[in-house]
Design a protein around this ligand. Structure first.
Ligand code: AMP
Length: 192
């Protein structure tokens, strides 16, 4: 059983690589960004709570995110393992995730950090915005804010896992298949 954290700034390719990883390793995908967009689309209470933060490219409060992930983990109790995409984004979320997994008798096997330079990230996000229709991908000020928030609030999460010997950094630039092959090699070496 693998439980992976796929980590990196917005636009690093986490969504694309997640799709390939879940297929190869038969994992359950938990993308908090996708879950919030689904809640928004359905007009749920959680969606309404998240909207103003998402619109500005700020983080949704930890309590809301953690509750949503807890419900998802509990619902997928029989899963073969999870890939967390876009979560945890704060050290508080990382600690809560450790506790949630402990309750399930398991733990994070490893974190994979996709490393992409800022210039490339901004280009990719603005390009994605043309087809995704995501308003937070189309406004340069929101994109810049998301990268700023990543550096300030989310990067410390990498240190949190590094201290546990769980951080694996992969160059996230190049062909999608080559990046996936590097990720697969790392996953296959993880304890499971
Ligand atoms: P993403 O699709 O991962 O880029 O997420 C889109 C937006 O959803 C982010 O800019 C945040 O507003 C919100 N969001 C997604 N995941 C989290 C999280 N783990 N913590 C806080 N906010 C989140």
């Amino acid at each position: 059983m693998y439980n992976l954290v796929l980590f990196g700034p917005p636009g690093a390719g986490k969504g694309t690589q997640s799709e390939m990883i879940i297929e190869k390793f038969n994992l359950t995908h938990i993308s908090t960004g996708d879950l919030f967009r689904k809640h928004l689309g359905e007009g749920t209470e959680q969606g309404k709570l998240a909207q103003k933060y998402m619109d500005e490219g700020n983080l949704v409060p930890d309590k809301v995110v953690i509750k949503m992930v807890e419900l998802k983990i509990t619902a997928e109790h029989d899963s073969n393992g999870f890939i967390f995409d876009g979560f945890p984004r704060t050290v508080t979320q990382a600690k809560a995730l450790d506790q949630l997994l402990e309750k399930e008798g398991t733990e994070i096997s490893g974190m994979i950090l996709l490393d992409v330079d800022e210039f490339e990230l901004i280009n990719r996000i603005m390009l994605r915005g043309k087809s995704s229709g995501r308003s937070d991908d189309q406004d340069i000020n929101k994109v810049n804010n998301r990268i700023k928030v990543y550096k300030k609030e989310t990067l410390p999460v990498a240190t949190y896992y590094e201290e546990q010997g769980k951080l694996n950094t992969i160059v996230g630039v190049g062909s999608v298949d080559n990046i996936f092959s590097d990720i697969s090699e790392v996953i296959e070496r993880l304890p499971h």
